[in-house]
Design a protein around this ligand. Sequence first.
Ligand SMILES: Cc1ncc(COP(=O)(O)O)c(C=O)c1O
Length: 443
Amino acid sequence: MKKAKHIFAFFCLKDTYKIMKGIFPIDKFNNIETPFYYYDTKVLRETLDTIKREASKYENYHVHYAIKANANNKILEIISNSGLGADCVSGGEVKAAIKAGFPADKVVFAGVGKSDKEINLALDYNISCFNVESVPELEVINELAKAKGKVANVAFRINPNVGAHTHANITTGLAENKFGISMEDMDKVIDMAKEMNNVEFVGLHFHIGSQILEMDDFVALCNRVNQLQEKLTSMRIIVKSINVGGGLGIDYSHPNRKPIPSFAEFFNTYHKHIKLYPGQKLHFELGRAVVGQCGSLISRVIYVKEGTNKKFAILDAGMTDLIRPALYQAYHKIENISSDEPMETYDVVGPICESSDVFGKAIDLNKTHRGDLIALRSAGAYGEIMASRYNCRELPIVYRRRFNLIFIGVVAITTPIILLDANILIFLPEIYKLSICLSLLMI
Ligand SMILES: Cc1ncc(COP(=O)(O)O)c(C=O)c1O
């Protein structure tokens, strides 16, 4: 009886490990050069649908995508087609947003150090709003808008001095951080803007940090916004929009169990705690929560090395492909997607000449061999976009779900038809157009 129980437990455990791993087209991966980013566009589309459904429950909620999280062309196109606006922090991001089809009147531009060139570019595109982070920046925007005979919408990014329970390097809303205008200076800046002819003060902007999972942090921000709005009403000012930034975190430990973040809880927290005036718009700028779970970095084991007290799985991907573990001690779930053998413990490291080039220490992986494929999960946000060429390495390649299936499908269907039936030649141009369109869609 005891033995039977044991066997049952073993199978459960084995199955759980199987279920807990991501589902990937491994046969196709086996023939592809590594490392590469793999984006599951189905997960992305489901995430976008959830965002739209949950945000539309509330009047005047507008969601922007923070381009900084992932500016891959195809990812941007899918997001812009879904109707989200764009939050940019550089001229390059403004360009990328416009190129991907985000309408200029849904593009906002934040950042502590906007150069004249970047401001001019954004003015030329007639973006919807500059999120201004200092007095000198306000003066320059006014000056440059004047030279172009334009009036630029400006919101003031206020540093709300609200902490967030996240990694110190990704909190942004504390007085000690470089971002935004202090609450004490808010009145002064508003008065200055009123005197200027080429800027129009339209809103307040906040962003307290990233990878925030405790809703209480957002409640603290709501309370601060309410307090500042009361102050503004006493000055007879009601702004058109409040932008509360992004910050919603994702479940890095369980990307399979929870691929879609808690958008319902997130929007509902704001709904319950923020006081908006009639007609006032509430903007969100979500990055990580939109794209984080759709991406994985796929890598191959180059060597399994026996150390003195431990085993190392040395990958062909390194911190140049995914820097978050080295930069923020960030956790990414690591899976050996080639092996179903019993678990063993490894330090999973990259090939870069830096001691910090470690993806995880004492990680349980299915017994690992040279050539096995390793998936670093939840790498869709702040992954590909932060890749570098340090050590003269090449940038990682990118694939998306459906690429091979559809492309090979179209070629497989059209080629025999073309070869076998000369009458069908008449349809050749259409067939080719279709196949070219489909392949372009997937590049
Ligand atoms: C101003 C601003 N808005 C939005 C974001 C997006 O944050 P997240 O990816 O955590 O949603 C950031 C990230 O740093 C930011 O700086």
